[in-house]
Design a protein around this ligand. Structure first.
Ligand SMILES: O=C(O)[C@H](O)[C@@H](O)[C@H](O)[C@H](O)COP(=O)(O)O
Length: 222
């Protein structure tokens, strides 16, 4: 049951994102899509990849990335290449957050230049959420959370006790630079976390709260 509802949700989200990209491409040369990693987005990526879009005019980048080579199983760039940039969608351009920078901090500094040529504000930022209320790599237990929530830099390197490796996350400021924001979550546990987030305002407790004020379309299935 939940698998079917999640596939239907992914198809609905893919339709909405495709429509947003088409609307922006009707008035600008290129459009930018920012996506999150993890397991939830996979059916959405596959559904979007099947959409008829001028993929050669679309850039895709990530809300965050683990500090791993793209060949690693948990690389978000690898996830996007394997599930979204397939078929006609392979014509899209993926702009990864990590390349061969020596440290996460230097990698985060290099992101601004790498993302600068893209069509900001993004057409859509698709966010996920963890059970601790994190989104992108804005984790409640990260030492760099305050920085990531307040800086106007494009990206921040974050080291988090709950995560096996450092990460690079777009800052809250950069994630806000979009015409549309979507939260894509599944399961009752995350729905309960979202309800808790909506009933409070401490962003450091539940960082997803940083995005509840901007119009946020929530796509949820059991
Ligand atoms: O790199 C990542 O993992 C994501 O950007 C992260 O913020 C993700 O959206 C949540 O952790 C939810 O992950 P799941 O979809 O796997 O539950």
């Amino acid at each position: 049951m939940s698998d079917d509802s999640r596939k239907r949700l992914a198809a609905q989200l893919a339709e909405a994102v495709a429509e947003a990209l088409r609307a922006d491409l009707a008035r600008q040369e290129r459009a930018l899509l920012v996506v999150s990693g993890g397991s939830t987005p996979v059916p959405f990526f596959r559904a979007l990849a099947a959409m008829a879009l001028p993929w050669s005019r679309i850039d895709v980048t990530l809300a965050d990335e683990r500090w791993v080579p793209e060949s690693a199983d948990d690389s978000n760039a690898r996830l996007v290449r394997e599930h979204l940039l397939q078929g006609a969608a392979a014509e899209a351009t993926l702009v990864p957050l990590t390349t061969h920078d020596p440290t996460p901090e230097q990698g985060a500094e290099a992101v601004a230049d790498r993302l600068a040529p893209l069509a900001w504000p993004a057409s859509v930022v698709v966010l996920g959420m963890g059970g601790d209320g994190h989104t992108a790599s804005l984790f409640p237990d990260s030492r760099e959370l305050d920085l990531a929530l307040t800086t106007d830099a494009a990206a921040v390197a974050v080291r988090t006790p709950s995560q096996p490796q450092p990460r690079i996350t777009l800052s809250a400021d950069r994630l806000h630079q979009a015409r549309r924001h979507v939260l894509h979550i599944t399961g009752g546990d995350k729905r309960a976390v979202l309800a808790r987030a909506l009933s409070g305002d401490d962003v450091r407790e539940l960082p997803i709260r940083a995005f509840l004020a901007c119009p946020l379309a929530t796509y949820w299935a059991p």
